[in-house]
Design a protein around this ligand. Sequence first.
Ligand SMILES: Cc1cc2nc3c(=O)[nH]c(=O)nc-3n(C[C@H](O)[C@H](O)[C@H](O)COP(=O)(O)OP(=O)(O)OC[C@H]3O[C@@H](n4cnc5c(N)ncnc54)[C@H](O)[C@@H]3O)c2cc1C
Length: 472
Amino acid sequence: MGMNERVKALNQAPVRHGAEYVLYWTQMNRRADSNHALLRAAEWANSLELPLLVYEGLTCSYPFANRRLHTFILEGVPEQARRFAALGAGYCFYLRRTRQDPDDILYRLAAKAAVVVTDDYPVFVAAKHNASAPAKLDVLYEAVESSCVVAISAFTKREYAAYTIRPKIHRIWQRYLSPLPEVKLTRRWTVPPPEFHTEVTAANIASLVASCEIDHSVAPSISYTGGRLAAEATLRHFLNNNLRRYARERNEPAAHATSDSSPYLHFGQISALEIALAARSHAAEHSLVADEFIEELIVRRELAFNYARFASPPDSFAHLPDWNRKTLTDHDSDPRSPVYGYEEFAAASTHDPLWNACQNELLLRGKIHGYYRMYWGKKIIEWSRSHQDALETMVRLHDIYALDGRDPNTYTNILWCFGLHDRPWQERPIFGMVRYMSYEGMKRKTGVDAYLREIAHLQQSGCDPFRLKTEV
Ligand SMILES: Cc1cc2nc3c(=O)[nH]c(=O)nc-3n(C[C@H](O)[C@H](O)[C@H](O)COP(=O)(O)OP(=O)(O)OC[C@H]3O[C@@H](n4cnc5c(N)ncnc54)[C@H](O)[C@@H]3O)c2cc1C
């Protein structure tokens, strides 16, 4: 598929003559494989006969920077460094540990670059950088979208729901479902990395994290190791053990039938395209059906990116359809009992053992099983002082604890709990016509007791028997 629909020039500055390299600033697609932005940067490098420098940064100053998120990102760095070097690109990883450390590395590197290419991403800090950096540069700045299988620009307006985007995706996705070409660089990077490069190895990650001015109270996930090798191992494990069970058992948390790919997708350590292609070919080879999985990975995920692209800021009721906003307003002052505030939710100290288990899963693993995550969200609505309070609690808990948080999927799915992309249901207190979920319903449909036992075990042992053994 053509590259141009994924590329946006975000300023009018020219290509610099006499430059030393082309710069690829990897913000959200932290990978050397299956990356449209990297390919675009390589095209520039080859056509200008320059080497390519990849810049990856991690700063102590982004909102909610903490030990869990830092560890996961740093675990990806050694393999990224190896793979970029194998391509013949330069690689500079800058860890900004304290607020006194320089925070203008992008500008220093861009001063010697012919072109700056980066990732196009609709939310959180990458969206802010892409709004503010280009005007400050005197060199062409391009943002390339490589998060989704079907380019998000293929949808020119906000879609109403899955049923409106699904036929559009199905009409065109065959065009997108083929592997990206290999990156081939004609000029190799031959000099040492720039001086502010930080060497990251499996052995120094803990001490690097310890040296950063971040929130150290949020412990690393007990379940997920960051990085390309872990992303690949997680995908292999899913294909070999779970894809065949996915359609039947994905809503049963204790069955562990889902892919656990969301943390890796969020940080771009693997692409949705790679996962979709691997699932399709595994399914073809073993006479399985991957449709339900592909529906989540492409249709649901791209609906979220479509929402985030057109709804700014994404965590606002302002974007809900009229029926939905009205029914929430009508019921916003309904009495609630019990009522909890952020701290009680964060500490998993409600009266409901299932809700507490979901929250403990978030605290320990860094993500909640997809089906129970809906219940988790619905109950926060039921037990918060107001709808706005509930929204803020959900977003903040994701910002801090979720490895896959701060993502288009985060805001879209949190707002789904309030009715986005859903339909009206029978009116009831607090929720109005927004879909409700009950403890009895969860018990009837799923193995709540098995889940409670599993999470209690995680809490007691502090380790996860489902953790895959992967190296950094
Ligand atoms: C309140 C609430 C908050 C959520 N917050 C997040 C979040 O912060 N980040 C996040 O990635 N997902 C979020 N989800 C959606 C979903 O729960 C997760 O994507 C899923 O649980 C991730 O686990 P998995 O990779 O094993 O999923 P699988 O079932 O294996 O699905 C594969 C991939 O498909 C995509 N996907 C699955 N379900 C959805 C969905 N409903 N909408 C969009 N894409 C989907 C994800 O990228 C996922 O990794 C949230 C859902 C709810 C109800």
